[in-house]
Design a protein around this ligand. Structure first.
Ligand code: ADP
Length: 217
């Protein structure tokens, strides 16, 4: 379903969120205080505007209150990011996601009602570290400080064994959410489903258990 998004702040993060949402077929209003940034997104957004995200009147004139989702991607100016997020929540925008620079910024955004706080550099840094740490890990999603989902190549030792043979949940406390074979993905696999050497496994669990699982297998 087509949705309406507004993105305020068109640095590297804001630009890539805006153009990806637009590519996915959504309506995107892209806003930045700098005309040169707005020029970069003209062809990859439905509407674009030069405006100050801390100027309530300007935001109202752009019809921001008609948007269900607004992403505040002002990273370099903490004061503007906070003021903009506060204004949007006061104007009644249902879902405001804001990019935080650091833990203090996160705390303030949380206090003023941001619905989701994003740390792209931290998240990407974590993902890259996971890739570097293990050549088996294909992708990694952090769910909380403790829990993650990893996409991992099935090791040779699992070849032609069923999930029940492998007894992974009991041995490691992690759960196989899905098995990818070529282009097919088997979600919620059954106990008697077989794992083959070239499969990719989606595994959820506590970080310590996932680490043990990666190291042992
Ligand atoms: P990134 O790290 O994603 O590249 P930056 O912090 O470099 O992010 O970029 C933030 C963007 O937000 C810049 O393009 C800047 O012009 C824009 N910006 C800063 N303050 C405001 C504001 N008050 N209103 C709208 N855009 C702003």
């Amino acid at each position: 379903m087509k949705k309406q998004f507004a993105v305020i702040g068109l640095g590297r993060f804001g630009l890539s969120v805006s153009s990806e949402l637009y590519k996915l077929g959504h309506d995107v209003l892209a806003i930045d205080i700098s005309a040169s940034k707005v020029n970069e997104i003209i062809n990859d957004s439905t509407h674009s505007a030069v405006a100050d995200g801390t100027d309530e009147k300007a935001l109202r004139e752009l019809g921001i209150t008609n948007f269900d989702h607004v992403i505040v991607a002002i990273g370099d100016n903490l004061q503007s990011s906070i003021l903009c997020t506060l204004l949007l929540k006061e104007m009644g925008i249902e879902s405001v996601w804001a990019k935080a620079q650091n833990a203090h910024h996160h705390k303030v955004l949380d206090k003023i009602g941001a619905d989701k706080i994003i740390h792209p550099e931290h998240d990407i840094g974590n993902r890259i570290a996971q890739h570097l740490m293990s050549d088996k890990v294909i992708d990694y999603i952090e769910l909380s400080n403790d829990f993650s989902i990893v996409e991992i190549a099935a090791p040779k030792t699992m070849n032609k064994k069923t999930l029940i043979d492998l007894d992974i949940r009991a041995r490691y406390g992690v759960t196989i959410l899905g098995i990818k074979r070529g282009k097919e993905i088997n979600i919620s696999p059954m106990a008697d489903d077989m794992v083959y050497e070239d499969d990719v496994l989606f595994v959820i669990g506590h970080k310590n258990d996932l680490k043990r699982f990666e190291e042992d297998t």
